[in-house]
Design a binder for this molecule. Structure first.
Ligand SMILES: Nc1ncnc2c1ncn2[C@@H]1O[C@H](COP(=O)(O)OP(=O)(O)OP(=O)(O)O)[C@@H](O)[C@H]1O
Ligand SMILES: [Mg+2]
Length: 266
């Protein structure tokens, strides 16, 4: 059992919970069904000799509150798997249940709504809107989500999320006025502000130096300790080593799964 970290203080948790119709409650150990259940998950593009395999016959369970690192060589299917779990893309075949909902065949508009309520996404190159301040970038995630929260509540939640990633003084800054590490922390604030049950981070430290990369990983660890499930795609084996489990991919398949710590159901 890890101690509850101060990263997401109770103020943030309650503010974000206000915005979340289905809060991610850390389940008791050993009792919860897996938050992610992938079965025979396959994503290919094209046919026959021209077929490009993204992922092939992946079976994977991820427990609620677990942080799972996905590693593997370039082209091994890490981003494809992350995009499927995040509901950005859909499989060619197989089934995928995330947070109790089967999303592999969901219609696109329903999937977009599901994503807004269930997933926070962190990108390697941050994907902040350049003309919006840090706070506005974070607020936008709430606006696009299902909460229907008013402006004041959105602003308060965005401010608390920025506080939680150590950027309390940055809310009025534009992305161009921030370092890469700071921008990525805004990216994490944006991903967590709606308190999604699952966060998918595709090489979130890939554009950062070692110390900023480590800080970003620690923030993701903190989210997992507070009940979010985190899928952390990385080329950094030292950081992957800090996850609860490490999933190694080769040629679109899960080659090995290594347990690092008890994880999940903290
Ligand atoms: N939209 C697409 N159309 C066709 N092939 C694709 C598409 N997206 C991915 N692929 C292929 O799927 C395979 C897996 O790609 P993916 O991006 O998941 O790899 P990755 O492990 O994330 O690699 P990297 O470490 O370089 O980011 C690759 O062979 C890639 O060319
Ligand atoms: Mg990738």
């Amino acid at each position: 059992m890890s101690p509850r970290r101060p990263l997401l203080d109770d103020g943030v948790m309650s503010a974000t919970t206000l915005l979340d119709p289905v809060p991610a409650v850390p389940p008791a150990a050993g009792t919860a069904p897996a938050l992610v259940q992938a079965r025979d998950l396959t994503r290919v593009w094209g046919k026959g000799h021209a077929a490009q395999i993204g992922v092939s016959s992946v079976d994977l369970d991820i427990a609620a509150g677990e942080i799972v690192a996905v590693i593997g060589p370039s082209g091994s299917g890490k981003s494809t798997l992350g995009a499927l779990i995040a509901g950005i893309d859909q499989p060619t075949s197989g089934s995928l249940v995330v947070n109790g909902t089967r999303i592999d065949r969901m219609k696109t508009d329903k999937l977009a709504a599901w994503r807004g309520a269930n997933v926070g996404i962190v990108f390697q190159d941050f994907h902040l809107l350049p003309t919006l301040t840090a706070a506005e970038n974070v607020e936008l995630a709430i606006e696009l989500g299902p909460s229907g929260a008013g402006r004041r509540l959105r602003r308060r939640a965005a401010r608390k999320a920025l506080d939680a990633v150590g950027l309390g003084d940055f809310h009025k800054k534009l992305p161009a006025q921030m370092s890469g590490g700071e921008q990525q922390r805004v990216g994490i604030a944006r991903a967590m502000v709606t308190h999604p049950p699952i966060i998918v981070a595709d090489e979130p430290t890939g554009s950062l130096d070692q110390s900023n990369g480590h800080a970003v990983f620690e923030l993701l660890m903190g989210l997992a300790r507070n009940g979010s499930t985190v899928v952390f795609i990385t080329h950094d084996l030292a950081l992957a080593d800090g996850a609860d489990r490490v999933v190694s991919m080769i040629d679109g398949r899960v080659d090995a799964v290594t347990q690092r710590s008890a994880g999940g159901g903290r």
